[in-house]
Design a protein around this ligand. Structure first.
Ligand SMILES: Nc1ncnc2c1ncn2[C@@H]1O[C@H](COP(=O)(O)OP(=O)(O)OP(=O)(O)O)[C@@H](O)[C@H]1O
Ligand SMILES: [Mg+2]
Length: 205
């Protein structure tokens, strides 16, 4: 079953993610897709806020995996950690297996940007969320592929926290409409109604 939402601002996308986070528990897998700058990291920031994990969620371009531990003095003490993965430069499910997400999955919500067709095998159930820029109207804002994502790929460090919390997420883009398509897969989500997460525009079987 799939739900389609629209948001008009980055804040609304984060609010939708915050609402979703209230349904999440340790072991859940979220696969994010959508072009560069679509809002995958923005969405993950909303998840992180509501899960009450350590801040500093950024596009983990040079770090494949970042673990944001649950904060005992946050809004959700004792809840799951957030494991944030960027699979952009990972080619195959085999390379994903090399980074050993199984180790952290049981105690975390695992969110994988660019995870489609790469990490489905990690869990029997998952939420697939695709973020799409509105088409037809304005030309896309700055955010076409640029430096930073096509890098050397030579020195990825797995699971490091060296950069954690170091940078603020800078936001220079204007707010634009986005469509978010949520596809719930597997027994974990059977019967769950996501309609109230945000501004619903469509549902499909
Ligand atoms: N409705 C919206 N929802 C989400 N983000 C929006 C929206 N409108 C504008 N934005 C802006 O679009 C940008 C999305 O960037 P973000 O880093 O989240 O994308 P991304 O999908 O993670 O990209 P990448 O593939 O490079 O990691 C942010 O600057 C955000 O403020
Ligand atoms: Mg990102």
């Amino acid at each position: 079953m799939a739900w389609e939402f629209s948001t008009s601002t980055a804040a609304q996308t984060q609010q939708l993610a915050e609402n979703l986070a209230r349904l999440l528990q340790a072991g859940d897998l979220i696969i994010l897709s959508g072009e560069l700058g679509a809002g995958k990291t923005t969405f993950t920031q909303g998840l992180g806020r509501s899960l009450g994990v350590r801040e500093g969620i950024i596009s983990p371009t040079f770090v494949l995996v970042r673990i944001h531990p649950n904060l005992p003095d946050g809004p959700n003490p004792g809840g799951p950690d957030l494991v944030h993965v960027d699979a952009y430069r990972l080619g195959s499910p085999g390379e994903i297996d090399d980074i050993d997400l199984e180790n952290t999955m049981d105690s975390s919500v695992t969110v994988v940007e660019w995870g489609a067709e790469r990490v489905e095998h990690l869990a029997a159930s998952r939420l697939e969320i695709e973020l799409v820029r509105a088409v037809g109207g304005d030309t896309p804002a700055a955010g076409t592929p640029a430096a930073g994502t096509g890098g050397t790929g030579a020195s990825d460090v797995e699971g490091t926290d060296a950069l954690e919390g170091t940078f603020d997420f800078t936001d220079e883009d204007d707010d634009e409409p986005r469509t978010l398509r949520l596809h719930a897969v597997g027994p974990r989500w059977e019967g769950t109604d996501f309609s109230a997460l945000g501004q619903l525009v469509n549902t499909t079987e």
